[in-house]
Ligand binder design. Structure first.
Ligand code: FPP
Length: 251
C-alpha cells in the first residue's frame, strides 16, 4: 500500500470566507457612466451592465451569508441628471421588478424600498408596493432598494412625523429617531462599500452609517464582482469596531 505523504489539505483560497461576515452590507454602486465612457459606450450601457452586476452580487450575498443588502440606486439628487438618463434609471427599476420578481421571490429575497415613494409615478409606486407585498415573508436576503432616497430628506421626514405624532421632547432619543427612519426595524449597516474611487457618502444612510465600517475601491460598479466583494468582507473582518470604547474594553 502506498502511504499518503503528510501534506496539508489543499485550501481553495477562492472559496475562503472571513470569520466575521457583516449582517448588513450597503453599497453605493458608483462608476457606471465612467465604465461605459472608458469603452466608448453610452452611459445607459453602463447602467445596464451595472444592473447585470447587481444580480451577481445578490447571489454572492446569499452565498456569503449576508442577511441584508441596501443598494443606492437613485438619489434625491439624481433628478438633476439629463432627463433621458433619469428615464433610463426609472425604466431599469420598473424592468427589474417586471422581469426579476418571480425569480427573486423563488430565491427567498425580500424586496423593500427606502426613499420617497410619492415622488415617483403612481404606476411605479404600484409596482414597488406589489413587489414589497409579494416578497414580505421571504427571509433569505432582505434587499433594500434606496430609490429617490436622500439621507437628509429621510431625517426631515422622520422629524415631521415625530412632530405630527406629538411626541414629547423628553421622549425623543436616538432609538426613537431610528424608529422613525425608513429602516426602522433593521439593524444599521455594518459595512458600507463605495465603488469607483469616490471618497464620500453622498447623502446615503446619513444617520444609520454613523458607526459603519467604510470600504472604498477604485473598481467601477459593473466590474465589482464576487471576488471584489469577498475582498471587502475580508477587510471588514480585520477591522476592529470600538464604538467609542478602548481596545481593552472591547476585548
Ligand atoms: C452611479 O453611476 C450609478 C447610478 C446613479 C445608478 C445605479 C443603478 C444601477 C447599478 C442599476 C440598478 C438599478 C436598480 C434600480 C435596481 P454613475 O452613473 O454616477 O457613474 P459615473 O459616476 O461614472 O458617471
Amino acid at each position: 500500500m502506498v502511504s499518503t505523504p503528510n501534506v496539508p489539505e489543499r485550501v481553495d483560497k477562492t472559496d475562503a470566507l472571513p470569520p466575521n461576515i457583516p449582517k448588513h452590507v450597503a453599497i453605493i454602486m458608483d462608476g457606471n457612466g465612467r465604465w461605459a465612457k472608458a469603452r466608448g459606450l453610452p452611459r445607459s450601457e453602463g447602467h445596464r451592465q451595472g444592473t447585470e452586476n447587481l444580480r451577481r452580487i445578490l447571489r454572492a450575498c446569499v452565498e456569503f451569508g449576508v442577511e441584508i443588502l441596501t443598494i443606492y440606486a437613485f438619489s434625491t439628487e439624481n433628478w438633476k441628471r439629463p432627463p433621458t438618463e433619469v428615464r433610463v434609471l426609472l425604466r431599469i427599476l420598473q424592468r427589474v421588478i417586471d422581469t426579476e420578481l418571480d425569480e427573486l421571490d423563488e430565491e427567498g429575497v425580500q424586496l423593500r424600498h427606502i426613499g420617497k415613494l410619492d415622488g415617483l409615478s403612481p404606476f411605479l409606486q404600484q409596482k414597488i408596493i406589489h413587489a414589497r407585498e409579494r416578497t414580505k415573508n421571504n427571509d433569505r436576503l432582505i434587499v433594500n432598494v434606496a430609490f429617490n432616497y436622500g439621507g437628509r430628506a429621510e431625517i426631515v421626514d422622520a422629524v415631521q412625523r415625530i412632530v405630527k405624532d406629538r411626541v414629547a421632547p423628553e421622549d425623543i432619543d436616538e432609538d426613537l429617531i431610528s424608529h422613525y427612519l425608513y429602516t426602522a426595524d433593521l439593524p444599521d449597516p455594518d459595512l458600507i462599500i463605495r465603488t469607483s474611487g469616490e471618497l464620500r457618502i453622498s447623502n446615503f444612510l446619513t444617520w444609520q452609517g454613523s458607526y459603519s465600517e467604510y470600504y472604498f475601491t477604485n473598481t467601477f460598479w459593473p466590474d465589482f464582482d464576487k471576488e471584489e466583494l469577498r475582498k471587502a468582507l475580508f477587510e471588514y473582518s480585520n477591522r476592529k469596531r470600538r464604538y467609542g470604547m478602548t481596545d481593552e474594553q472591547i476585548e
